[in-house]
Design a protein around this ligand. Structure first.
Ligand code: SF4
Ligand code: SF4
Length: 324
């Protein structure tokens, strides 16, 4: 796979400093039951890296000590980590809001038959990838049979009350473009998704988040191979808006890898661009338990234009509704 980091580091990006930390994002490992072509984690069934029980304990200690409001759990398919449910239970006992970045097909994997019920019982917010409401597009990007399995997963979550305001069980979908283009306006695409998924399958959900594809890992490598890297970066840079700098997720979130090392965001984790603090080569979560990093400079590079282009992109979707 071609590494885009040297190309991205040569591209200047405006300086960003951290604000108050409110979200701990933990990557429980790179194992996944899928291997999607745009995956910025390069996850798949053969990856073996996963967070161990000791690092899970540290994450819980950090949540408690720093009174972090939101635990955002990601992977791979994070549910495949054997400590996943213990982490969720303990974080919910502390009163944290817990988000699971769920690929939906995991709900049908052997051994995960009761996962949907577990998530509902713990009031875990489900953030599910759904790059299109059309079968061909989803299967092309995420693999054969993924669309129908995802639809079954959404129906199952709906059956438990997910996606309806009155239940408080939040089901959000994530859209990313099929190729090297900017995502369309979030509000109008959400309306299209709600109409098509509702009318065709009877599916309801709360919000659609639109995210730009990041020029890193599998997608970045594909851009280089197809000679599209410079064009895509040019597109992102031309659409940059300074006002989006205030809303980028690295201001309020840290991303922790399966070993416990800390990054300014998940994308920096995948580029192996660690959070910079105190001249250390790498910062471990254990180093930050008593260290407030507000005001710390963020490690930025060319990929950051993926967060500030157009309506902007964060783990909560578009930053601005101006592009509606
Ligand atoms: S489901 Fe998510 S983590 Fe798994 S391969 Fe696809 S994009 Fe990557
Ligand atoms: S990729 Fe986005 S979230 Fe990550 S450091 Fe750059 S601007 Fe911040």
């Amino acid at each position: 796979m071609r590494d885009t980091r040297p190309l991205l580091e040569a591209i200047p990006f405006p300086a960003i400093r951290r604000g108050q930390l409110d979200t701990l994002q933990v990557n429980l490992g790179y194992r996944c039951n899928q291997s999607c072509i745009h995956c910025h984690v390069n996850a798949g069934p053969n990856r073996t890296e996963e967070m161990d029980g000791e690092t899970i304990d540290l994450a819980l200690a950090f949540l408690a000590r720093r009174r972090i409001a939101i635990l955002d759990i990601t992977g791979g398919a994070p549910e495949l980590n054997r400590h996943f449910r213990r982490l969720v239970n303990a974080a919910r006992d502390m009163g944290a809001r817990v988000m699971d970045r769920c690929n939906l097909t995991i709900l049908e994997v052997p051994g995960q038959e009761d996962l949907a019920e577990f998530l509902a019982a713990q009031h875990v917010e489900v953030v599910a990838s759904m790059p299109c409401y059309l079968l061909e597009n989803v299967d092309r990007q995420r693999g054969s049979g993924v669309f129908e399995s995802s639809i079954r997963g959404l129906k199952r979550l709906n059956g438990l009350g997910y996606g309806r305001d009155e239940t408080g069980l939040v089901l959000n979908l994530v859209y990313n473009p099929q190729g090297p283009s900017l995502p369309p306006a979030q509000a109008s695409l959400e309306a299209d998704y709600k109409r098509v998924l509702g009318e065709t399958y009877g599916i309801v959900f709360n919000s659609l988040f639109t995210l730009a594809n990041m020029p890193i890992q599998r997608f970045g490598s594909m851009l280089i191979s197809k000679g599209q890297f410079d064009h895509y970066l040019g597109l992102l840079r031309a659409a940059h808006r300074d006002e989006n700098l205030d809303g980028v997720m690295c201001r309020n979130l840290i991303s922790v890898d399966y070993r416990g090392y800390v990054y300014d965001c998940d994308f920096n984790q995948m580029l192996d661009l660690p959070l910079a603090r105190g001249g250390r080569a790498r910062v471990h979560l254990a180093d930050l338990v008593d260290d407030d990093i507000a005001g710390n400079p963020v490690q930025v590079a060319g990929h950051c234009f993926g967060c500030t282009a157009g309506q902007g992109s964060s783990c909560g979707g578009a930053l601005k509704e101006a592009a509606e």
